[in-house]
Design a protein around this ligand. Structure first.
Ligand SMILES: [Zn+2]
Length: 333
């Protein structure tokens, strides 16, 4: 089995980018103009999503993580109404992904916390998840972890609440939900236990794992063990998704590196791997060239391009990614 590699939200080149609008800017206009702006933006971003799917196909990338900022304000009254106008067009885009055999997944932003002590935070998190599920429904994607929505455990020592809240989620959310281990709060073991109780698949992130366990190699036996454990939580094991990233400055640096130069050998048995590297499609290409069809897990280093224009550009456009400042502005109100 050859693992399939996945692209996260945008490209390092300008090929896949999305437009956005801040709440501050939107609120400068009357409601009619707001509607017009959102309608135009949704249409544009949907076209761009179509382009992203074609890009993945051309580059032999079989999984694509949708940006959670694809349809800004889709959970607001106006946005909700405008989004419904695109149901048919979205269905065609989703059909195209299925036709090309490209799996679409989603990683809602980090402010989705189902284990919060604050009921308003939980309510808002559910609202965000429902909006994302509605988007996946409009894209005519299955209500299963094939079209997964991945979140973290959130607040520590609240596993029981997390499990209870998950069990009460609407079907189109719960049936797609996956839970990921994180660096400091929910270890792989912790989230594995939650996944078993809540009956949702576990998404294993090897980089989070080594940071949490303070081990200094992906060859630590617990990496392979937790990969296997995580697979046992998937009703369809061949749908298992994992994440890879490397530390920027050091092995266990939290900040992601530009390229992946260290892969866990265990990941050769991972069916689907989302590549969380700052150079996006270039990092995937490197893995396709140097890792996928070889038995080498330590790849050639790439001389630091931290100061290059492209790296800076990525920093700026990181806001189109999963858990950024912009989403914070938009959702924490
Ligand atoms: Zn991850």
């Amino acid at each position: 089995m050859t693992p399939k590699l996945g692209l996260v939200c945008i490209t390092a080149s300008k090929a896949v980018r999305y437009r956005t609008v801040t709440r501050k800017r939107l609120l400068q206009f009357d409601s009619l103009e707001q509607e017009r702006m959102l309608r135009e933006l949704y249409a544009d971003n949907l076209r761009r999503l179509g382009g992203a799917i074609e890009f993945c196909n051309l580059n032999n990338i079989r999984l694509y993580r949708l940006s959670s900022a694809l349809f800004p304000f889709a959970d607001d009254v106006i946005g909700e109404r405008i989004l419904a106008e695109f149901e048919e067009a979205m269905g065609l885009v989703g059909d195209r992904a299925i036709q090309l055999n490209i799996r679409l997944v989603l990683h809602p932003d980090q402010f989705v916390v189902l284990s919060s002590d604050r009921p308003d935070v939980i309510d808002n998190s559910i609202k965000i998840l429902k909006t994302h599920a509605r988007i996946l429904d409009f894209l005519r994607l299955p209500q299963s972890p094939w079209a997964l929505m991945n979140i973290h455990g959130g607040k520590g020592d609240r596993a029981e609440r997390l499990i209870r809240v998950i069990q009460e989620l609407p079907d189109n959310v719960r049936s797609r939900l996956t839970l990921e281990n994180d660096e400091y709060t929910y270890s792989s073991q912790d989230i594995f236990a939650v996944c078993q109780s809540a009956n949702v698949p576990m998404l294993f992130d090897a980089h989070h794992h080594v940071i949490h366990e303070q081990v200094n190699t992906y060859e630590d036996p617990t990496v392979a063990e937790m990969l296997e454990a995580a697979r046992s939580t998937w009703a369809t094991p061949e749908w298992q998704v994992v994440h890879i990233s490397n530390g920027a400055e050091t092995f266990s640096n939290q900040r992601h590196s530009d390229y992946i130069t260290a892969m866990p050998s265990a990941y050769r048995h991972a069916p689907w791997i989302e590549v969380e590297a700052r150079q996006k499609e270039l990092a995937i290409k490197k893995l396709q060239d140097e890792w996928l069809f070889t038995n080498v897990n330590e790849l050639t280093p790439v001389i630091c391009e931290a100061a290059s224009p492209i790296a800076q550009q990525i920093d700026e456009t990181a806001l189109a990614e999963d858990s950024s400042k912009l989403v914070k502005q938009n959702t924490l109100r």
